[in-house]
Design a protein around this ligand. Structure first.
Ligand code: ADP
Ligand code: MG
Length: 464
């Protein structure tokens, strides 16, 4: 690439190398990353190439403005790697019939566009009536989050935004849904996951419906967004979220956000967003203790007996056993409970602890065959590092620790042998794996943070 030299050869026009657009596109992908590339760059066309500049085609004015304001410099840099003489880019908006083969532009009236957005949003904006405050069981680990949620329902904007964070399966979505249900009595509630928000956002851009998108989301006076960690590393999405947030906040809409970590741990998120997120009340939901697990089981038994009008014959010992043994994840606890109930009904007898042991063993060991690839993916994602880097030979701690944790989990969660695990980690020796397992074991015993991370990762890997 770099060989394209201005002065090369006897030919004065040596730089008149033509651009290979496919190759450039694949370099865009590499240097901008998948998110930006697929949201913004992949549909750019090469319209015309001159010696010193190029004309690129984009679908809409909005695309053009977005790309020029954010990525133009880097695009130019990329192009210069292929053809040094280029010093300028021009963008041209190309109407759908002139070039964009797959475009599905809407040419109908604005009114129609609004209903189209609303209809598709309706599909996921539905609140689940079964996840309410009444069946949200409280204990030490979630009491404050619960009370804060209740509080904002009584009085709008006492805490704004309310930011609820905690690990997987601990009740964030349940609580957010409960808040939404309660508030929807008197308010226009928008309840959406960050992932859906992005999906809708990109769709609106592609269909040239951004005005409607903005209107739609800014209409709410209660805006609940689940799993905000999804915006990490997604620049365009953060930009839009920031504006949505601000305009809602300015008109005193209540904003509720959930996340798998506290705002200050949101790496690859703009600082101004982090500061907005933590500007109200930040509360966490922790792993349930034994008492909470017990209360949840009791509640589930009640619910079961009420809805099926039949008695569940679970002894105190058995319930106790489940509460003690189940991992610190409410979703899993309920899964185990359901299994025990199913088993007891099938066998038609009162279960004892030994039955439970068998069922639990089954739950933990069965149906889930965890692959090392999955462990590597989830782990590198969790630590926000590139999987190739994690597997590389580099020894810096931010790479080495996650690598060791992944090896450790591979040993604990799969039946692979040490040499097999070593091979999957860029052909490392089995002694390296042993060392990793020992190191992480030791750290888990001495370091709370490590223990928490490993536990959280384990449940992320085991969850589907
Ligand atoms: P998260 O969003 O934090 O991953 P969810 O809200 O999806 O977790 O909760 C997982 C499951 O556990 C759901 O079925 C939810 O109803 C149940 N659950 C979580 N916390 C509680 C609670 N405090 N009381 C009753 N059920 C709960
Ligand atoms: Mg959730």
């Amino acid at each position: 690439m770099e060989k394209t030299s201005i002065k090369s050869s006897t030919n004065n026009f040596a730089e008149e190398k033509t651009l290979d657009w496919n190759e450039i596109q694949s370099n865009f992908l590499k240097s901008f990353g998948k998110e930006i590339y697929s949201s913004w760059l992949k549909d750019i066309l090469l319209v015309k190439e001159y010696n010193h500049y190029v004309i690129l085609g984009v679908q809409t004015r909005f695309f053009r403005d977005w790309i020029t304001s954010r990525y133009a410099d880097r695009i130019l840099n990329e192009l210069q790697k292929h053809k040094l003489s280029i010093n300028r880019i021009e963008f041209k908006i190309i109407e759908n019939d002139k070039g964009y083969k797959n475009s599905n532009f809407i040419s109908s009236t604005t009114d129609k566009k609004i209903t189209q957005i609303s209809e598709s949003v309706l599909n996921y904006n539905r609140l689940n009536p079964n996840l309410n405050f009444d069946n949200f069981v409280t204990g030490n680990s979630n009491k404050i989050a619960y009370l804060s949620g209740k509080k904002i329902c009584e009085k709008l904007s006492s805490y704004n935004p309310l930011f609820i964070y905690g690990g997987v399966g601990l009740g964030k979505t349940h609580l957010m849904n409960a808040i939404g249900l309660e508030m929807s009595r008197n308010n226009n509630v928008m309840f959406i996951s960050a992932e859906r928000f992005m999906y809708q956002f990109i769709k609106s851009i592609k269909k040239n419906e951004m005005v409607n998108f903005k209107d739609f989301f800014r209409k709410a006076n209660v805006f609940i967004i689940d799993d905000i960690q999804f915006i990490r590393g997604k620049e365009g999405l953060q930009e839009e979220f920031f504006h949505t947030f601000n305009s809602l906040f300015d008109k005193s809409a209540q904003i509720v956000i959930s996340c798998d970590r506290p705002p200050n741990k949101l790496d690859r998120v703009q600082d101004r967003i982090k500061s907005r997120l933590s500007g109200g009340l930040v509360v966490d939901i922790g792993p349930p203790d034994y008492e909470l697990k017990l209360s949840i089981l009791r509640k589930k038994i009640d619910e079961f007996q009420n809805s099926f009008k039949e008695n569940l014959n679970l002894t105190k010992d058995v319930i106790d056993y489940i509460a003690k043994d189940a991992k610190s994840n409410i979703r899993e606890l309920i899964g185990i409970f359901n299994r025990v109930v199913a088993f007891s009904k099938m066998s038609n007898r009162v279960l004892n602890i030994n039955d439970c042991k068998i069922i639990l063993k089954d739950v933990y060991n069965s149906n889930k065959i965890i692959s090392i690839d999955r462990i590597q993916n989830v782990t590198s994602n969790f630590f926000s590092i590139n999987i190739d880097e994690m597997l590389s030979q580099r020894r810096s701690r931010p790479l080495a620790r996650p690598r060791q944790i992944a090896m450790y989990l591979a040993k604990k969660l799969t039946t692979r042998s040490l040499p097999e695990i070593g091979r999957k980690f860029a052909n490392r020796d089995h002694t390296t794996v042993i060392h990793a397992v020992k190191t992480i074991d030791k750290l888990c015993n001495s370091n709370e943070e490590m223990k928490k991370n490993v536990e959280e990762l384990r449940s992320l890997i085991l969850s589907d």
